[in-house]
Design a binder for this molecule. Structure first.
Ligand code: NDP
Length: 349
């Protein structure tokens, strides 16, 4: 970014936000990181200090504020005097809740609270983290082969998960709010694919738990399932570049590298760690559909087994000048982190 800014980054205890904060501090910005639990401040600082080039000086530019997506408290004070808001926090459960409102409500309320605070504080630049799941959960019309930013998931589709609905409805609410009540705010939305790469701390995001499940080797075969994948370092870079580029205002930007089947991910990780027992056999779809009835972790993938949902990243390349890290490298980096930190079962072949 051209000039140093003060950024409010929500969800500072999370996987993606920590990478955003790391890059922001390296770029010379002042950061207010929000946590809902003050007990996490210490571990976030420690995680960042292990990765910053000059932790002592740079951490002086990092302050913390306490914010909960479900509470009014603190938002106006937190944003006061900030130049921009990067709203990342949102529930991202590994197992989908029975009551969809457990994730939808905080996601929507949180996005609106963040935007209302921005308006009240006169903050005119906001980047919001949505998801590829706000784009790809709707079948493509015949003849089309890839999704782009004009596509919207259908939150009323009976197969869409509470998480995907939470991201779609929250993103829509954000666009509507800016259009109708705060046109002075320049909003950019980043829609990442499944985010892999090295976490900075051991509180694992749902996307890293996907790699952990693979390394734990508890499944005899893999589902024929895949997703557009992206490296967390590219996602962080996208958020910061978006702030700097006026042409990104008013745009949603799909940030994803290649589509990856589970078996591609397992094969890449096995090649990097040949001594580990990593399953690369693919299960028939009918078997996964039966298992999905009993296993809440795999239930959401049953409707899209075998479906290759490719997305276009042309806008991210053109508007943000992003070049994507090879997603096999991202998967291997996630696996390396899990292995080196003793976060997977010791499975060797
Ligand atoms: P994490 O689970 O690591 O981070 C989520 C963050 O949101 C945490 O800081 C969490 O705080 C915070 N949060 C959740 N609920 C609340 C709440 N009620 N009040 C305040 N804070 C809350 O996930 P990621 O970093 O991976 O995800 C960050 C964002 O990126 C989310 O919006 C997610 O939907 C989106 N995303 C992630 C993708 C991925 O593959 N990782 C893909 C596409 C989008 P706490 O630590 O206290 O739980």
């Amino acid at each position: 970014m051209a000039t140093e800014k003060t950024l409010l980054v929500t969800g500072a205890s999370g996987f993606i936000a920590q990478h955003i904060i790391l890059k922001a501090l390296e770029a010379g910005h002042h950061v207010r990181g929000s946590v809902r639990d003050k007990g996490k401040i210490r571990s976030v600082r420690e995680a960042l200090s292990r990765h910053l080039s000059d932790p002592q000086t740079m951490l002086e530019r990092l302050k913390f504020v306490e914010l909960d997506l479900s509470s009014e408290d603190g938002w106006n004070t937190a944003i006061n005097g900030a130049d921009a808001l990067i709203h990342v926090a949102s529930p991202f459960p590994f197992v989908q809740p029975k009551d969809p409102d457990e994730v939808i409500k905080p996601a929507v309320d949180g996005a609106l609270r963040a935007l209302r605070a921005a308006k009240q504080g006169g903050v005119k630049r906001v980047v919001l983290t949505s998801s590829g799941y706000a784009i790809i959960e709707k079948a493509l019309r015949p003849g089309r082969t890839e999704y782009n930013e004009d596509d919207w998931s259908d939150p009323n589709d009976p197969t869409s998960t509470p998480y995907s609905r939470s991201k779609t409805i929250a993103e829509k609410a954000a666009w509507d709010y800016v259009k109708n009540q705060a046109p002075e705010i320049g909003l950019t939305v980043i829609n990442p694919g499944l985010v892999l790469g090295p976490p900075l701390d051991t509180e694992l995001s749902t996307s890293i738990k996907v790699v952990k499940r693979l390394l734990d080797g508890r499944d005899p075969a893999l589902p024929h399932f895949g997703f557009p994948v992206v490296d967390v370092r590219d996602v962080a870079e996208a958020h910061l570049r978006a702030l700097d580029r006026p042409e990104a205002i008013g745009k949603r930007i799909m940030v994803a590298g290649d589509f990856m089947w589970f078996v591609d991910m397992a094969t890449a990780i096995k090649a990097a760690f040949p001594e580990r027992k990593i399953v690369t056999r693919v299960a028939p779809n009918w078997l996964i559909r039966i298992l999905a009835r009993f296993d809440g972790e795999i239930r959401p993938i049953a409707p899209v087994l075998g479906v290759k949902r490719t997305v276009s990243n042309a806008r991210a390349r053109e508007l943000l000048g992003l070049e994507f890290i090879d997603v096999r490298e991202s998967a291997v980096d996630s696996a390396r982190f899990l292995i080196e930190n003793g976060l997977v079962s010791t499975g060797r072949s």
